[in-house]
Every structure is written in C-alpha cells, then in structure tokens.
Design a protein around this ligand. Structure first.
Ligand SMILES: [Zn+2]
Length: 319
C-alpha cells in the first residue's frame, strides 16, 4: 500500500520528496502563494507539520526550518514531514513586523482563519486545511520580530487534557529551552490544539538582525529531536529534564517616552540590583532606570532605542 500525501491535485507518494506552492488568495498584481516541502518517508509513521514565518521577520526560525528541508530525505524517514517555511509571504516580502500587510492583521491572531475572510484569514485557513489538519503534531517556529530580541523558550497552550499536555511538555523538552510558558492566547496557531486535538508548541528564539547561528541551531536541532522523539528518525533525542514551567517574570515597560539605553541583552544572566537599562529624555536626562528585581535571565529585550510609554523594555525571568 502506498501512503500518499495530497496537496490540492498533487499526490506525493511514499518515498517521495516534493516542494511547491499552494495558492492562499489573490492581490491585484499577484497570487498569494504559500511554500511547502513534503518529505514522505519510505516507511509509514506519524505526520509532523513545522511552520516558519507566521511572523515574517523571525528569520532564525525560518532558517532553521529551511535547514531541516535540506537535510531530511525520504530514505530513513518514518512517516511524513510537512514544512511550511514562510506562512505569511506578503509580510515576508514587505518586511512587515507581525502583520500581513494586505489587511494589517497580526497573522498569529486569526487562526483557524476562514476561506471567506480577509487575506490573513485565508492564509490561516489555507494552512490549516492543506497541512495542519493532516498532522499528528505541530511546531510553529518563532523568534523575536522587528521590535524584539528573544532567547530560547517554548510556549504551548493550556489544556485540561493531561495526555496532550504531557505530549507538549515532551516536545518542548526536545528544545534546548531555558523555560516553558503556557498561554491562553486566542487565534494563535495553537488553535490546532482545539480544532484537531493535536499537540502544538511554539519555540521562540531570535531577532531579525543579526540572525545568530546559535538560534538557527536551536530551531533546527529542536525539530530534529522532536522527529526522533516521535520515532520518525533513527536515534535518541536529546531532551532536557526539569525545564521550569511558568517561572516568575518581571516585565518592564516604558513609563515615559524617550530613548532606551540598554545595558543587558536577551539571554544574559543578571544579578538582583543590576541596571538593565534606562530611558532618557531628548536632553539626556534619566526618566526611568530599570534594575533586576532578582537573579535571573534577561529576555524579550527591546531592539528599538525609541521608547513610547507602555512599550516593552525588557523582562527578567527567575531561573
Ligand atoms: Zn512570533
């Protein structure tokens, strides 16, 4: 029996690797196309779907997905690997942080989407219909978009289902993650948890400039480890034990508008009382000094020096 995978009219047989685009919608001058790579293993097994570029400037995660696309071949693969390296292609082309610039909507707040909705909703629906609905597990790879620098953690959705939660804990532990955060965010790709009852994780690491090798490797290695954990690839996964879940976080926002002068970087270990940065006014006078309230790791730091009141400056995670 040949277990083939269908994308539109195309059939990808067992032992085949295929790449192409599916059409998600139309703009006046072009079709909105979604790239995919399907690796249909030479032996049957589970199906894993991996996404990049839901948030279009999160390049370390996109590059990590592309690395896996180049490495994994049908020989030695059990099951099917579905890769969608860039979900939000219009956002990617336009360098539009977080949003699909055709309808100005955050692409990660409209899942499961709608085939009759505006473009970001059609992209979401096209993705779920063609790929996510056929998967046994989902990895949606993220990192900081234009305003953020984020270092090594994994998010998954809260659920009452202990079996699903355990699966998501195990998938998250396949990443070299500092901690795990559970979430109630509506409209993220994690809606697949409710739509299809599959485990979904969102690994987070990176910043648009520079794309750091360590974070590309975080994404690539995590995907490969999950595949080993699911029995899709030969070998034992490297899994972390005792990863903290929902550690205490101190989140600092700008109290006043001005210039943010940062003194600690995402991923840096910081000591209680250490100055992490300050906001100064346009005469250089200090308006706000941010100090670490406890020993921990700095994360989610601001990439733009401009700070308006309410903007995120930096977090400290107690780990
Ligand atoms: Zn993101």
């Amino acid at each position: 029996m040949v277990l083939s995978f269908k994308v539109g009219d195309r059939e990808i047989g067992q032992g085949e690797k295929a790449k192409g685009f599916v059409k998600a919608g139309e703009a006046s001058t072009h079709d909105v196309m979604m790239p995919y790579v399907i690796v249909n293993g030479s032996e049957p097994g589970p199906t894993l779907c991996v996404l990049g570029g839901v948030h279009p400037l999160e390049y370390a995660s996109i590059e990590g997905v592309l690395r896996v696309a180049q490495e994994v071949e049908p020989e030695g693969l059990r099951g099917t690997l579905i890769l969608v390296p860039v979900v939000n292609t219009d956002g990617f082309n336009a360098r539009a942080a977080f949003i699909n610039p055709v309808d100005y909507v955050n692409q990660n707040r409209v899942f499961p989407g709608s085939p009759d909705g505006s473009l970001s909703r059609r992209v979401a629906s096209c993705l779920f219909e063609n790929f996510v609905s056929k998967a046994d597990a989902l990895i949606d790879s993220h990192g900081g978009d234009l305003t953020e620098d984020i270092y090594k953690f994994v998010i998954f959705g809260n659920t009452e289902d202990e079996g699903l939660r355990k699966k998501m804990m195990e998938m998250a532990s396949c990443y070299d993650t500092l901690y795990i955060q559970t979430s109630e965010i509506k409209g993220s790709s994690g809606e697949a948890l409710r739509e299809y009852g599959i485990p979904c994780i969102t690994p987070e690491s990176g910043t648009p400039y520079p794309v750091r090798e360590e974070e590309v490797a975080f994404h690539r290695d995590g995907i490969v480890n999950v595949m080993k954990h699911m029995g899709m690839l030969e070998g034992d996964p490297e899994m972390k034990v005792g990863v903290p879940v929902n550690p205490e976080q101190a989140r600092f926002h700008a109290e006043r508008g001005g210039l943010w002068i940062q003194k600690a970087a995402a991923g840096e270990r910081v000591k209680e009382g250490q100055v992490l940065g300050e906001v100064v006014d346009l005469f250089g006078d200090t308006l706000q000094t941010v100090t670490a309230p406890f020993d921990g790791v700095a994360n989610n730091s601001r990439t733009s020096a401009v700070a308006n009141s309410g903007d995120t400056l930096i977090y400290v995670i107690r780990i």
